[in-house]
Design a binder for this molecule. Structure first.
Ligand code: PLP
Length: 381
């Protein structure tokens, strides 16, 4: 048996919508499908404004432009994340102040954020790792106190919620001033390459549309609000084509069934691996009381790097492609020299010890049972 780590799910509806977009003659960006996706996402989650982008990386770059990040500004970013969470701000000249993970999970340790704030700090970026919410009340408190902006890197967080201390539920990506989602083929809802900028602070809406359209006021022109359009600001070509949006529309239509099936897989992993994990002293995903999860990822935290290498090798020999995840960004070739030298032990531990198991829509019950039995056979002497 060979079981891949991921297989992008195609609902079948993509072909018809793409054909329809082509037949309409409008295949560049910001057409019918783009608007349908944006309105759907605004309504389902409650963003003030949603703009489709070509990637989550693009949405994060838009955040850096909208926040007017300048050379010398500091941005607090977790070290255990994908490159783009930091890169978008580095491109504007920011100094990245890396934050450590929580001791119990790979998400940022919210209690440690405030000590990283200096008079130069402009923004805090948080990542909802595996779709598990950070403690957004705590993050927003620190931000308000020091007059900072909060960007949620919600790349993995579609269909996940934060529960505040009063018991209210808010979709991830609706709490920070700005948020970025990914529809890369490795994410729950995907269109190959794609993303979304979600805007919750209305002061950014009109400028975001301009930055999205190469620094022009073309979006307002197409709505008939102005009689000619021109170059009025910085920006880039951040919008995806209608082909991409048509693909994404088919995925959004299937969001409930995609999520239901992924959650079933995730719950099976958790229930069936609990005893083995306890015996082996392997960590399973821990969910704080303020977080829901979206079955984006099922991860294990091994007791050591040696354990992890042996487990990955054992799974590989049995045809199972399990993978590790991020290497701490503060140790990266690109940024280590610029890092201020602080040790970030929890981020490093998750870099060394975390394993992700295959989790995708089309994983069959038989395949899932096989992965579970191979994991449960493993013990590390
Ligand atoms: C996937 C991912 C990204 C990048 O998304 P793209 O759409 O590929 O640009 C950024 N941040 C996190 C946390 C991710 O998981």
């Amino acid at each position: 048996m060979h079981i891949p780590f991921n297989k992008p799910y195609i609902t079948g509806g993509e072909f018809g919508y793409i054909a329809n977009a082509i037949a309409s003659g409008k295949i560049s960006g910001n057409g019918k499908y783009t608007q349908m996706c944006q309105e759907y996402l605004e309504q389902r989650y409650g963003f003030q404004k949603a703009l489709l982008t070509a990637s989550c990386t693009d949405a994060l770059e838009m955040c850096a432009l909208l926040l007017d990040i300048q050379p010398g500004d500091e941005v607090i970013v977790p070290s255990f994340t994908f490159v783009s969470s930091a890169l978008a701000f580095v491109r504007q000249g920011a100094k990245i102040v890396f934050a450590d993970s929580h001791k119990d999970h790979p998400g940022v340790d919210e209690q440690q954020l405030e000590v990283l704030v200096t008079p130069r700090t402009k923004a805090i970026v948080v990542i909802h790792y595996a779709g598990n919410a950070c403690d957004m009340e705590k993050v927003m408190q620190v931000a308000q106190k020091h007059n900072l902006f909060v960007v949620e890197d919600a790349a993995q967080a579609v269909e996940s919620y934060y529960i505040d201390s009063a018991g209210n539920k808010a979709a991830l990506g609706t709490i920070g001033h700005l948020s970025a989602f990914s529809f890369h083929e490795t994410k729950n809802i995907q269109c190959g390459e794609g993303g979304l900028l979600a805007i919750n602070d209305p002061q950014f809406i009109s400028r975001a549309e301009i930055i999205w359209e190469k620094g022009t006021n073309r979006a307002a022109f197409f709505r008939g609000e102005i009689d000619k359009y021109g170059w009025i600001d910085t920006g880039s070509s951040f919008l995806p084509s209608e082909i991409t949006a048509a693909f994404l529309w088919a995925q959004l239509e299937a969001i409930e069934s995609i999520q239901a099936r992924r959650l079933l897989h995730w719950n099976t992993y958790f229930a069936m691996l609990e005893n083995w994990a306890q015996r082996e002293r392997v960590g399973l995903p821990t969910l704080p009381a303020h977080a829901t999860h979206n079955a984006h990822m099922f991860y294990l935290v091994c007791p050591s790097l040696g354990y992890r290498s042996a487990l990955l090798q054992h799974l590989k020999e049995n045809g199972i492609h399990a993978v590790f995840h991020y290497q701490s960004l503060h140790n990266s070739l690109f940024y280590a020299r610029k890092h201020d030298g602080r040790n970030l032990p929890h981020s490093n531990r998750f870099s060394d010890c975390l394993v992700r198991l295959p989790l995708f829509y089309e994983l069959s019950e038989e395949q899932l049972a096989y992965v579970i039995s191979c994991v449960c056979q493993f013990n590390y002497a």
